[in-house]
Structures are given as structure tokens and as C-alpha cells.
Design a binder for this molecule. Structure first.
Ligand SMILES: NC(=O)c1ccc[n+]([C@@H]2O[C@H](COP(=O)([O-])OP(=O)(O)OC[C@H]3O[C@@H](n4cnc5c(N)ncnc54)[C@H](O)[C@@H]3O)[C@@H](O)[C@H]2O)c1
Length: 253
């Protein structure tokens, strides 16, 4: 029950790392609103969490490309939960390709979703966090955002931007008792990586790369990453802000 009393607004959470994190938040006693474009998936998860863990869990629709829907999700979450203390942000997109073939339209879309979206989700929850007397924003970057990765020219650049955005936000919000940290997963087994797997030549080729470069010798699971969000949401991390937390099986960064 490490998150008893926490009121979390998830930006993304219907699937993958966000879903595993929502489950671990509920297991630790947090109440939560799951905002997602995939409203059916979010509703199904919210119902499961409410019945299995006796927490308040509600799904609301949102599109991270639409600023108004971000504002609406914040208002809804504040009403439903009676405040917001914790804001994990997961929603993102990956597209791959050689830099010479990479279109400026796809570049812009990735920056709109991954960078502008993270900025707006954080921006519009800050007033609610201040009203709550402080809190924790947890952005999601990627190992690619500090290490780079072939074929991920735009994705890696967006995730590098998320790191510097988060550190800057942390410095700006520290006087308000709002901590901001970024989680950087390595290779985690979700369909999110399908564009990267295609770029690498399929699942077998990706497996070979993973075996070769991940010291722990396997891809991570969403459940491997979720505890880092639980820690950063909990009071155990009350002296940790402006940090990048790698969860990557020991990859060189
Ligand atoms: N899987 C990996 O290996 C890996 C590695 C590093 C970083 N990450 C990051 O982890 C985060 C979660 O990725 P995942 O692997 O769990 O993928 P995922 O696709 O399962 O999760 C993304 C979530 O965001 C939601 N979403 C997508 N676009 C949205 C939009 N426009 N508006 C609202 N919601 C939207 C999806 O419905 C989904 O619930 C992402 O930020 C990703 O960049 C993943």
C-alpha cells in the first residue's frame, strides 16, 4: 500500500507499460483516472481495477494531439478523484526509417505527440498539483533518447527532448513541491516496437540484437518497468527530482 492517498491521472494507460503501471498503482492503493485514446481498453482496465483492488478507477477519453481534450481530462480527473497528486505520461508514437527517407510530416507528427503532448499534459495538470500542495509528474522517455538508435531518428530526438523538458520542469517546479522525473525504458516487449522490429528485419533479427546488446539477455516486460513509476510516485522518492531513471537490462547509455 505504498500509494495510499495518491490520486493519479494517467495520460495513456490502456495498454503496455501504462497498463502494467496502472495495475501496480491500484495494487498499492492509489485511486486513478486513466485517460486514453483507446477508451474501450481504458474502460475495461478501470472496471477490472475497481473490482479487483477496491480502488476508484475511472477511464476518460483523450487525444494527446488535442489540447482541449487534455484540459477536459484534467478537469474530469480532479472532480472524480477530489484532486490530482500524481501524473504519469505514457502516450507516444514511434515511426522508423533511414534519415534520408524520413518525411518531415512524420517528423512533425512524432514531435506533436511525444514532445508537444508531454508538454501540454504536464502544463495543464500543474495548477491541480499546486492546489494539492505538490506532487509527482513522471514522463516517459526512452533509452533511445540518450543513446540514439539507428532508424529512430525522429523518435530518439523526441525522447531526448522529453528528458531536457522534464529536467527543466523539475527545476522550475521544485519550489512548489512538485517533483518531475523521467523513466527511460530499454527494449520492452510491447507492440509499440513493431515499427522498430520491421526496420530491423523481423522478430528473429530483433531477438538476435537484443541477445547481443542487453546484458541481462532478454527484452523487458511492462511489469519490469512499472515499479519505477510506483517508486517515483511514492513518498519513498521524496528527495528525487530532475532525474532520468533507466530500466533497460543494463544497456550502455
Ligand atoms: N516498448 C518499449 O520498448 C519502449 C521503450 C522505451 C520507451 N517506451 C515508451 O513507453 C511509453 C509506453 O509505450 P508502450 O510500449 O507501453 O506502448 P503502448 O502503445 O502500449 O502504449 C501507449 C499508450 O498511449 C496511448 N496513446 C497513443 N497515442 C495516443 C494519443 N494520441 N492520445 C492518447 N493516448 C494515446 C495508447 O492507446 C496506449 O495506451 C511510450 O512513451 C514509449 O515511447 C517504450
Amino acid at each position: 500500500m505504498r500509494l495510499q492517498g495518491k490520486k493519479a491521472l494517467f495520460f495513456g494507460g490502456a495498454t503496455g507499460i501504462g497498463r502494467a503501471t496502472a495495475i501496480q498503482f491500484a495494487q498499492n492503493g492509489a485511486n486513478l483516472v486513466i485517460a486514453d485514446l483507446n477508451i474501450d481498453g481504458a474502460m475495461q482496465l478501470a472496471e477490472q481495477l475497481s473490482s479487483e483492488y477496491q480502488v476508484k478507477a475511472v477511464a476518460v477519453p483523450f487525444d494527446i494531439l488535442d489540447e482541449e481534450s487534455i484540459k477536459t481530462a484534467v478537469l474530469q480527473a480532479e472532480n472524480i478523484l477530489g484532486g490530482i497528486t500524481t501524473v504519469p505520461i505514457f502516450a507516444a508514437m514511434m515511426r522508423t526509417g533511414d534519415v534520408e527517407d524520413f518525411s518531415s510530416e512524420t517528423w512533425d507528427t512524432l514531435f506533436d505527440i511525444n514532445v508537444r503532448g508531454t508538454f501540454l499534459a504536464a502544463k495543464h495538470t500543474i495548477p491541480a498539483l499546486k492546489r494539492a500542495g505538490g506532487g509527482s509528474i513522471i514522463t516517459t522517455s526512452s533509452l533511445a533518447g540518450v543513446r540514439g538508435a539507428p532508424g529512430m531518428v525522429a523518435y530518439a530526438a523526441t525522447k531526448g527532448a522529453v528528458v531536457t523538458f522534464s529536467k527543466t520542469l523539475a527545476l522550475e517546479l521544485a519550489p512548489d513541491n512538485i517533483r518531475v522525473n523521467s523513466v527511460l525504458p530499454g527494449w520492452i516487449d510491447t507492440p509499440f516496437n513493431n515499427p522498430a522490429i520491421d526496420y530491423m528485419g523481423g522478430h528473429d533479427a530483433q531477438d538476435e540484437v537484443v541477445q547481443g546488446i542487453v546484458p541481462l539477455g532478454r527484452q523487458g516486460t511492462p511489469e519490469d518497468v512499472a515499479p519505477m513509476y510506483v517508486f517515483l510516485a511514492s513518498d519513498e522518492s521524496s528527495y528525487i527530482t530532475a532525474k532520468t531513471m533507466l530500466v533497460d537490462g543494463g544497456m550502455p547509455s
